[in-house]
Design a protein around this ligand. Sequence first.
Ligand code: ADP
Length: 334
Amino acid sequence: MQLKKDIVMSGIRPTGFLHLGNYFGAVRNYVRMQEEYQCFFMVADLHSLTTHPDTQDLRQHVSRVIAENIACGLDPDKVALYCQSHVRETAELYLYLNMLAYMGELEKTTTFKDKARLQPDNVNAGLLTYPVLMTADIILHRASLVPVGKDQEQHLEMARNFVKRFNHRYGEVFPEPAAFNFGEDLLKVPSLDGSGKMSKSENQLATLYLADDDEMIRKKVMKSKTDSGPLSPGTPMPDFIENLFLLMKLVSAPEVIDHFKGTYQACTIRYGDMKKQLAEDMVAFIGPIRERAERIRNDSSYLRQVMEQGAEKARASARETMLAVREAMGLNYY
Ligand code: ADP
């Protein structure tokens, strides 16, 4: 008998270009998980409406996210790679879950408070209930593992609470989902200006995108924040230098990192040399992904086929879950 595989679900919003944070926080894990698990990976186009109501660029961004995921190694034959809006059952489950979510807990969510501050003229109800929609996306496939970056930790905690409430009230339908990173802590890829995280729509000059050309990568890395270096051995590393080492750890060889760590400790470090090395290692890492993504993005009939195939797999799983949900809730009158 074949054992049932654990189910994995995660999503990325089509609000701009994918960046190194998306890759190391999320997509790298997607690619590793596709071999061992049953995976659902979604382009979260409905989520993007909470902050980006103008849909003019949406089609282009959706194609880009799909192409970049495939360029990073995701195989649409192995996983369900689909668009959120193609699975209508999401809206139904979102509605039921909204009845189990309380104003107080939604208002306390860090991302809600941050986004409300960023867009004071558009503090819409969708923004408030973002964690509810995210829960619907995950449990629609009865997923238990959710590969995400550190910024999503609180949302996952909320998802577990909503699931517990649902199961308690209507019966055990859903497993409790947990954030996942291969044997490590969840990751936050820092931005190059020494503050915050790399992000699709903020901090664009301090974020390395998978579509950046070689010159742009070099320019951004060379402009990253440094100081004149430590003056005496044992000087604690400032955050922005620690961030540079963190970025190096993602793309550079261990002996390269050891070399610069050694020169830091000896107070002989030349940040210009370190940044040049980091820039070249980033170019070598991002270049091939960018080129593959460009080729895929130009093949619109292939992209359409990927989307159709993904939507079909996601819908089949969603339909099955919703039958169980309606039955558990007593909404099956005939
Ligand atoms: P963004 O914040 O760039 O718009 P999304 O909200 O679409 O990204 O998140 C997509 C995935 O990428 C999520 O799993 C999120 O945790 C991860 N992610 C985004 N930014 C970072 C980052 N700087 N470091 C690590 N993971 C990140």
